[in-house]
Design a protein around this ligand. Structure first.
Ligand SMILES: C[S@@+](CC[C@H](N)C(=O)[O-])C[C@H]1O[C@@H](n2cnc3c(N)ncnc32)[C@H](O)[C@@H]1O
Length: 268
């Protein structure tokens, strides 16, 4: 098939990618037949998945709105994905026009499309980076230009830490970022929840794992542990739709994604 303009030459269009399959599931337009084929096969075994992922996006928007209301003006969003409706910078800049946002993703399509969307927006940037390389991300030119590490930061790790297996020590990885942030900074995490997915749809989970990436489903206690050193904001770690639902949100629906937001306390 012909390569569209948003897919740089290094993109392998015959192998599904995390970002493109996710984009397909949430109703985006940046995916190839191979992504749709896998996406459909996984959803066959887990029909609630697209709803779960939309609930994750809705959680993310609410979290950014809440942090903006708490005075957070700079966001670092790692594993940000292919831009989709209600991006972090849309919400943050809508709340406060002086906010800044740095997006980082390992996927070249996410970065290429992000650049196109952010052209002409000086208060937000996207670059290709690997969550596993905190120093590269924290020292990148765009990060240094848009984030003042003497002021609180909203660090967003939405639907990405479940790609970090226990053997890679996700807590140590998170700490390499949060150690760099001043008290008053906030940590936003959403994560595939162990209470539901693999038990409800083990074959669908296996299909994804085999074709795209290893995924680790963590339960509430395990996700809470990733906020170590922080104080969880109410209501704590809960299913994504139950985190401070707004009038249009369906609280209690779609149990598969867990989510929480926490603040870095003053040094004790
Ligand atoms: C499920 S999507 C989530 C997108 C967005 N954060 C959201 O919640 O809507 C996961 C994203 O993480 C990215 N990703 C996976 N591993 C990564 C890594 N090691 N470094 C940076 N990004 C990564 C994928 O490319 C994908 O875009």
């Amino acid at each position: 098939m012909e390569r569209p303009s948003w897919a740089p030459p290094e993109v392998d269009i015959d192998t599904p990618s995390i970002a493109r399959v996710y984009d397909y599931w949430i109703g985006g337009t940046h995916h190839f037949p191979v992504d749709r084929d896998l996406g459909d096969r996984v959803v066959e075994g887990n029909p609630g998945l697209p709803g779960t992922l939309r609930a994750n996006r809705a959680f993310l928007r609410r979290a950014v709105r809440e942090l903006s209301a708490l005075g957070i003006r700079q966001f670092l969003d790692i594993g940000s994905g292919i831009p989709a409706e209600g991006n972090v910078h849309d919400v943050a800049l809508d709340a406060h026009p002086d906010s800044t946002v740095v997006y980082v993703d390992i996927d070249p399509v996410a970065v290429a499309h992000g650049r196109a969307i952010l052209a002409g927006e000086p208060r937000a940037a996207v670059f290709q980076g690997d969550l596993y390389k905190p120093r590269d991300i924290l020292e990148a030119a765009d990060t240094r230009r848009l984030i003042d590490f003497d002021r609180p930061v909203g660090l967003i790790l939405a639907a990405v830490l479940h790609f970090v297996p226990d053997r890679d020590d996700p807590l140590a990885l998170v700490r390499q970022y949060t150690d760099r942030l001043v008290p008053g900074s906030h940590l936003v995490i959403s994560h595939a929840g162990a209470e539901a997915v693999p038990k409800a749809a083990p074959e669908a989970a296996e299909r994804y794992r085999g074709a795209v990436s290893e995924v680790v489903w963590r339960d509430t206690a395990e996700l809470t542990a990733l906020f170590d050193g922080h104080d969880l904001l109410a209501p704590g770690v809960v299913r994504a739709p139950a985190w401070r639902p707004g009038p249009g949100d369906q609280a209690g629906a779609e149990p598969d994604m867990l989510a929480g937001v926490a603040v870095k306390p003053p040094t004790r």
